[in-house]
Design a protein around this ligand. Structure first.
Ligand code: HEC
Length: 125
C-alpha cells in the first residue's frame, strides 16, 4: 500500500515536471523565437551592410540607383544589375573582391565570413 502511494507520487511529480518543462519551452519560444542559423547570419549581414558603407551607395528596399544599383530582390533576378552576370553567390563575391567598374573593392576590408553574412542578408532583400 505504502509502496503504491510512493509510486503514484513519483509518477505525478514526473508528469508535473514534464508539463512545466513543456510550458516553459513554449513560453520561451513565443517570447524569443529561435532563429535559423541562416537568419542569424543575415541579421549580422544587415549590420555589416550599414557599417561597411554598402548602404551609402545602395538602397536595400528599392531598385533605384543611389550611387550603385538598388539591391532589392537581387537574388530573385536572373542577372546582376550592372555587369549583367548571372546572379550567384560566386558573382556577388567576385564583385566585392574585384568590382566590375567603379565600386570600391572590399578585398581588404571584409573577411570571408563577413562576405558570407552580407550575401546571406542580400538573399533576404
Ligand atoms: C562608393 C559606392 C559603393 C559602395 C560603398 C558599395 N558599392 Fe556596390 N556598387 C557601386 C557601383 C557604382 C556599382 C556598379 C558596378 C560597378 O561600378 O562595379 C555597384 C554594384 C554592386 C552590385 C551589382 C554588381 C553587378 O555585377 O551588377 C552589387 C551586388 C553590389 N554593388 C554590392 C555591394 C555591397 C554588398 C557593398 C558593401 C560591402 C557595396 N556594394 C558597396 C557602388 C558602391
Amino acid at each position: 500500500m505504502r509502496e503504491t502511494t510512493l509510486h503514484r507520487t513519483t509518477i505525478v511529480l514526473a508528469a508535473l515536471f514534464v508539463v512545466v518543462a513543456v510550458v516553459f519551452g513554449v513560453l520561451r519560444n513565443t517570447i524569443n523565437p529561435p532563429r535559423s542559423e541562416q537568419g542569424r547570419q543575415a541579421l549580422l549581414g544587415a549590420e555589416l551592410f550599414r557599417e561597411k558603407g554598402c548602404s551609402d551607395c545602395h538602397a536595400a528596399e528599392s531598385t533605384r540607383t543611389k550611387v550603385g544599383p538598388g539591391l532589392k530582390g537581387l537574388f530573385d533576378r536572373e542577372k546582376l544589375p550592372v555587369s549583367g552576370r548571372p546572379v550567384s553567390e560566386e558573382n556577388v563575391r567576385k564583385q566585392l573582391k574585384d568590382p566590375y567598374e567603379n565600386m570600391p573593392s572590399f578585398a581588404e576590408s571584409l573577411t570571408e565570413q563577413e562576405k558570407d553574412r552580407i550575401i546571406a542578408y542580400l538573399k533576404t532583400l
